[in-house]
Write a protein that binds this ligand. Structure first.
Ligand SMILES: [Ca+2]
Length: 197
């Protein structure tokens, strides 16, 4: 083949591969089995810096030390753009907690929002438990949502904000919550954290 026809066949192959891949058709888990279709607001796509920190030894005043060890922006994986947030954790010990948190502080109003939707990639060969919790009102009251088991691979997690029986017009903190399903050191990635009405 001439170099031109080679190039054309490569482009054709690329187009065929592209067309055969559904856009972001990840397994949807959580409170819905599909991605809700209401208007969507992205909270963080992790493309413009890192606003997240992790709960660690400094959380000991609230109990044993957490399993979370870092929260950093990475280009190792992304479901949107080029970057995601990598959340690392260690396995529990006899004296540790069995959960970890990665959080961002700001002042949001989620009163008219219904779902939190986030893409989660678990690269381990064992499941992890994942949830999202808000801290609401000026008293930073805990507003937890359902915990889902994230099997190995990429999933879109949909969580219903109406589970939180507290006002959501003052949201101070968003916590991405890991809890131990299987004892292991590991990490997971999140991307395209968004709200859907
Ligand atoms: Ca991204």
């Amino acid at each position: 083949m001439t170099s031109f026809s080679k190039m054309v066949s490569k482009i054709t192959l690329g187009l065929l591969l592209f067309m055969s891949l559904p856009a972001f058709a990840f397994d949807v888990i959580g409170d819905l089995d599909h991605i809700p279709t209401g208007s969507t607001t992205v909270i963080d796509d992790f493309e413009k810096g890192n606003y997240w920190i992790w709960a660690a030894f400094d959380f000991e005043e609230w109990g044993p030390s957490k399993l979370s060890t870092s929260a950093r922006v990475t280009s190792q994986w992304a479901s949107q753009g080029k970057q995601s947030l990598e959340c690392r954790f260690i396995e529990s010990s006899a004296t540790s907690a069995n959960d970890g948190m990665y959080f961002m502080d700001y002042l949001w109003n989620f009163a008219s929002e219904r779902y939190i939707v986030v893409d989660v990639y678990n690269p381990q060969d064992k499941p992890i438990n994942f949830s999202v919790a808000l801290q609401v009102t000026d008293n930073w009251n805990w507003g937890g949502m359902h915990t889902v088991v994230v099997e190995p691979g990429v999933h879109t997690v949909v969580l219903d904000l109406n589970v939180i029986k507290k006002p959501r017009d003052i949201v101070r903190r968003i916590n991405l919550c890991y809890s131990e399903n299987t004892k292991m050191n590991g990490h997971f990635y999140v991307d395209n954290l968004r709200l859907v009405k």
